[in-house]
Every structure is written in structure tokens, then in C-alpha cells.
Design a protein around this ligand. Structure first.
Ligand code: HEC
Length: 175
């Protein structure tokens, strides 16, 4: 038989558990939808991409990186790759055409991808910033780290630093 005091403390525990689950939920990232889902699906595609410096090797993150993963590598879709030189670096006066899609894979030490950082040139998107770029930040399971709806508010300041080329920073930090 369940005693009254056991019942009360059990009920109390259940209430605490429910409150804890509810408050944890609030901080959890949301699954991508709309523009973020579109960017996520495009980032999953790897066929037809060219790697920075023509190499898929994982690079140690640079001192200037605003991204919290130890390793990274960056790839360009065929439209964006028109702005790479024969060494696979961004050309000095590059201006990326519409449809350019650049993905930085932020990677853990075990080689698994931790986060996709995305730049997509799509001037006619309602989510493009005033230079025509849409900014994506999405986990590999499809959850959103920072929505493109924010128009790169937390990204652009750093990406406009000296020696950036049409926002691109790989050349500066991986010369
Ligand atoms: C504090 C500076 C900083 C902030 C903030 C930052 N980045 Fe970066 N980003 C870098 C640096 C430095 C690189 C060069 C590679 C590296 O070391 O990570 C880079 C590289 C990239 C690249 C590869 C293309 C290139 O050459 O730049 C993409 C795409 C990118 N970032 C997207 C984003 C997005 C999206 C955000 C915002 C959610 C963001 N970044 C915020 C510093 C920053």
C-alpha cells in the first residue's frame, strides 16, 4: 500500500521533473524550416563543390575564427567556384555571382561535422543582407543555431574586417 507521505513526495518529484523538462525545452534549438531548411538541404549536397585550395583536408581553426569548433574546411558550389583561382583560393577582386553557395564545415576532433556555416548569394531573398548575402548557421541534425532571418547580424561585423573579399575570410586566415 502507498502511504500518504510517499504519495505526496512522489507527486512533488513529478512536478519538479515536469518543470525541469519544460524549462530545458525553451533553450533547445528549433528544427529548420523555411529559408533555414532550404539552406540546410543545400548544405547537405556535396556533389559539384570545390574545396578551398582544392583540398578536403581538415584545417585547425584560425585565431580569428568566431566559430567554436577545433577543425574546419570550406567548399564552394560550381557558381561560387568561378571566383576561385587555379590554387583554389578566392581571387583578389572576387565578386560572387547570384547563386553562389559557400559552406564552412565546422568539425569536431573525431572528424564529425558540428555545424554548417553558410553564405548564399541570393539578392532577391527577403532574408538577404544589403550586400545580397543570406547567412546560415545550422547543426548537422537540421536544428538551427542562428536563423537566416537575422540577416547575419552576429556575423557581418567580423566578416567585414580588413582584407575580406566579398565577406570571405579564408584567404586572410589560410593564405
Ligand atoms: C569573430 C569573427 C567571426 C564571426 C562572428 C563569424 N565568422 Fe565566419 N569566419 C571567420 C573567420 C576568421 C573565417 C575563416 C575560417 C576560420 O578560421 O574559421 C570564417 C569563415 C566563414 C565562412 C567560410 C567562407 C569565408 O571565406 O569566409 C563562412 C561561410 C562563415 N564564416 C559563415 C559565418 C556565419 C554564418 C556567421 C554568423 C552566424 C559567422 N561566419 C560569424 C570569422 C567569423
Amino acid at each position: 500500500m502507498i502511504s500518504k507521505s510517499n504519495f505526496v513526495s512522489g507527486l512533488f518529484g513529478l512536478i519538479i521533473l515536469t518543470i525541469t523538462i519544460q524549462s530545458c525545452k525553451k533553450d533547445e534549438p528549433e528544427p529548420a524550416k523555411g529559408i533555414d531548411l532550404q539552406l540546410y538541404e543545400m548544405a547537405q549536397e556535396t556533389a559539384g563543390f570545390t574545396w578551398y585550395k582544392n583540398s578536403d583536408a581538415l584545417l585547425d581553426k584560425s585565431s580569428g575564427s568566431g566559430h567554436n569548433y577545433p577543425l574546419l574546411r570550406t567548399r564552394y558550389n560550381s557558381t561560387a567556384a568561378t571566383q576561385l583561382d587555379s590554387d583554389g583560393k578566392v581571387s583578389a577582386n572576387a565578386s560572387f555571382p547570384e547563386g553562389s553557395f559557400v559552406v564552412k564545415e565546422l568539425t569536431n576532433n573525431d572528424g564529425s561535422i558540428g555545424l554548417y556555416a553558410i553564405l548564399y548569394k541570393k539578392s532577391d531573398s527577403e532574408h538577404a543582407d544589403d550586400r545580397g548575402w543570406v547567412w546560415g548557421y545550422i547543426y548537422p541534425n537540421g536544428d538551427v543555431a542562428t536563423s537566416a532571418v537575422d540577416k547575419g547580424a552576429i556575423c557581418t561585423g567580423c566578416h567585414l574586417q580588413s582584407e575580406s573579399i566579398d565577406y570571405m575570410l579564408m584567404n586572410k586566415f589560410f593564405p
